[in-house]
Ligand binder design. Structure first.
Ligand code: AMP
Length: 178
């Protein structure tokens, strides 16, 4: 059994940096080597859910697409449901939508109108916090249906982009901080 400091260092070592992907100037954080390692993947889920036990969370909401991987596993661990927030146009039933600004243009995400019950206790998960636009818009969708966010958790935080400021209304947890 490693302490969490060692475990986080091992997760950080497994994250692969890809320069200029998907475009020049972006350093992409590739989490696929973390997922491929059963112990590291499992440690991520333990750490992402560390503040909760089964019964404390009604739903884990995951953000399209890498957020789904961690959120689904966290939902199983917490014996909670899994709810996807998806890019506009992907969910088949009636949705609420939320748009947010990108560097160039806007993005729109959606949630099924009946995905969460009013008062549901939600853990929101994505792989990475950058500017915080995606997570903030997702949090607004969760609140639109009357559910309550207990925490927003990320595997990776790019702290130099100050995404945490946009999420200051919520408890935010991240495992590996750059
Ligand atoms: P943001 O809305 O700026 O916080 O961006 C967060 C979303 O974009 C997350 O869903 C991430 O998966 C993705 N993302 C942003 N920057 C990176 C990066 N450098 N490496 C990998 N994914 C990223």
């Amino acid at each position: 059994m490693h302490d969490s400091h060692t475990t986080i260092a091992n997760i950080e070592r497994a994250i692969r940096n890809i320069p200029d992907f998907p475009k020049a100037g972006i350093q992409f954080k590739d989490i696929t080597p973390v997922l491929a390692d059963a112990r590291l993947f499992s440690s991520c889920i333990d750490l992402l859910t560390a503040n909760f036990q089964a019964g404390m969370v009604d739903a884990v909401v995951g953000i399209d697409a890498r957020g789904f991987i961690f959120a689904a596993a966290a939902a199983l661990k917490l014996q909670a449901g899994f709810i996807p927030v998806r890019k506009k146009g992907k969910l088949p039933y009636s949705t609420h939508e939320q748009s947010y600004e990108l560097e160039y243009g806007t993005n729109t995400i959606a949630i099924h109108i009946d995905a969460l019950r009013r008062g549901s206790r939600v853990l929101l998960i994505d792989d990475l916090l950058a500017t915080g636009g995606t997570a903030e818009a997702s949090a607004l969708l969760v609140e639109k249906v009357g559910a309550k966010i207990l925490e927003i958790s990320f595997v990776i935080e790019l702290s130099f982009l100050n995404g945490r400021q946009r999420l200051s209304r919520f408890p935010v947890r991240s495992l590996v901080v750059y």
